[in-house]
Design a binder for this molecule. Structure first.
Ligand code: GLN
Length: 486
């Protein structure tokens, strides 16, 4: 087996036992990038100093330095996470040439652990989308079938892991942008509890919903990376002040007595039969290992998409007001006065989907419609949160499909925003309620595309959902990540 096919946990072991060097590993991943990137196009920017970073790891190890288990593991970073000295574009023309003068808080532990930063990953513009087709630069292709989307908005991060073009990656999830692409690309993706990972330096889309989280080839990988990036940060006022456990050390995969809730609202008409069957099969396998399965009801799920798109767009319209051609980023070439400068800058700098969100958000916040839309959405948000809280009195984890279907074809949904928005029907409730959820590969479609299962936990119950996911991973004998057809 090639090094790039191995997961971070295995590679960490090999590096510590000196069975391979960080330089060898990085070289292999770079070679894989050279080979696959013409088809997959997962990166927006590639770092030029990967070999130097890897060499520094090997030198430090040779000198007997105490190393973090993730030292030397190649990582890709979604391009909305600020990286000092490395261009951070949000896949937008607006930030095409923006080089942040600071690191996001999550980047500090990554640098301190001496992970090898390979580059910045493609995404939907400003994380708005479910297919990575709204990137200003190029589309990313699903490694399992390049005619299909990788999902979005963290499509580059998911595709890179599936293609062996990075060992782990970071993404961000506002309504499903880690879990949905993880599902469509057949990798593991964790959306942590709101407040457990600092958002400082993450370019804001919808601040009350956004969360950074890890992608990997195994549950161990995401547990390791999440343990590295989680924690309180005084630079983020919404960061949770509490004790954070090492989730990797706590993994046991024991599902005996685990109470699984299965909400019927997530297995309705809009969900493809093959997806439902795959998830039911997985639930049954967990049951055979001693988990206790109960049907539950989350009745407000039918309002989730509307609620999400009102709240997320409202916050986006406010957050994106900062891109005005004055402070940073793109500015139009010619204008006669200040208001024309604003207007032309924003017309030229933003793509269609971003403009749609800004218009929708401004509308729902406007004085005539605030009560009818925004206020109502906030009320439904509270109800969704309460329904989850009630459900978690009866169960430890809630299992649903991650997405209503397998990966769709590039171009298939881009002209129909409502259809595109529907891809998030199983994921948005988790952000609305601020909960953690992980997506793991769960079988394949008839034509060989990955399907995903979502495990949702109560607030800060990352350990519980990762344990359940790890239990499932052991039942199926590990996940096959890299497609043989690629
Ligand atoms: N697809 C959803 C949207 O377009 C979610 C995006 C995200 O999680 N960043 O808003």
């Amino acid at each position: 087996m090639n090094l790039f096919e191995k997961n971070a946990a295995e590679l960490s072991d090999m590096l510590q036992k000196k069975e391979c060097s960080a330089l060898e590993l990085t070289k292999e991943v770079l070679a894989q990038i050279e080979k696959k990137e013409p088809v997959v196009e997962a990166y927006v920017t590639r770092c030029k100093d990967c070999m130097e970073q890897a060499e520094a790891v090997d030198n430090a190890r040779a000198a007997g330095e105490q190393m973090h288990p993730l030292a030397g593991i190649p990582i890709g970073i979604k391009d909305n996470i600020s990286t000092k000295g490395i261009r951070t574009t949000c896949s937008s023309r607006m930030l095409e040439n923006y080089v942040p003068p600071f690191d996001a808080t999550v980047i500090e532990p990554i640098r301190n652990a001496k992970m090898v930063i390979m580059g910045k990953m493609n995404m939907d513009e400003f994380a708005m989308g479910s297919s990575t087709e709204t990137s200003y630069f190029h589309k990313t292709h699903n490694p399992h079938n390049p005619a299909c989307v990788p999902g979005g908005s963290s499509g580059g991060s998911a595709a890179a892991v599936a293609a062996g073009e990075a060992i782990v990656t970071l993404g961000s999830d506002t309504g499903g942008s880690i879990r949905q692409p993880a599902s469509l690309c057949g990798v593991v993706g964790l959306k942590p509890t709101y407040g457990s990972v600092s958002r400082y330096g993450l370019v804001a889309f919808a601040s009350s919903l956004d969360q950074i989280g890890p992608f990997g080839k195994s549950v161990k990988d995401v547990a390791m990376l999440q343990s590295l990036i989680q924690g309180h940060d005084k630079m983020d006022a919404t960061s949770a002040y509490r004790t954070y456990q090492n989730l990797y050390a706590g993994l046991n995969g024991d599902v005996k007595g685990l109470r699984i809730g299965v909400p019927n609202e997530y297995f309705g008409d809009g969900i493809d039969t093959e997806v439902k069957e795959a998830v039911y099969t997985a639930i049954h396998q967990l049951e055979q290992k001693g988990a206790v399965v109960n049907e539950i009801s989350l009745p407000s799920t039918e309002y989730a998409i509307n609620t999400y798109y009102i709240i997320a767009s409202a916050e986006a319209s406010s957050n994106l007001a900062r891109f005005d051609g004055v402070k940073y980023g793109y500015r139009t070439a010619e204008y006669k006065d200040l208001s024309e400068m604003y207007e032309k800058t924003r017309s030229e700098g933003f793509g269609d989907e971003v403009k749609r969100r800004i218009m929708l958000g401004t509308f729902v916040l406007s004085s005539g419609f605030y009560d009818a839309y925004y206020k109502k959405a906030k009320l439904v948000q509270r109800r969704i949160g309460q329904e989850f809280a009630n459900a978690f009195r009866q169960c430890d984890v809630i299992i649903t499909p991650t997405t209503p279907s397998k990966a769709f074809r590039i171009g298939e949904n881009i002209g129909d925003p409502l259809k595109m928005y529907y891809s998030d029907v199983c994921t948005v409730t988790v952000n609305i309620a601020g909960l953690p959820a992980v997506s793991v590969p769960c079988g394949k479609s008839a034509d060989g595309l990955p399907l995903g299962m979502q495990l949702i936990g109560n607030k800060f119950a990352e350990q519980t959902i990762l344990n359940a996911a790890y239990g499932y991973e052991q039942i199926v004998g590990g996940f096959q990540i890299i497609p043989s057809t690629l």
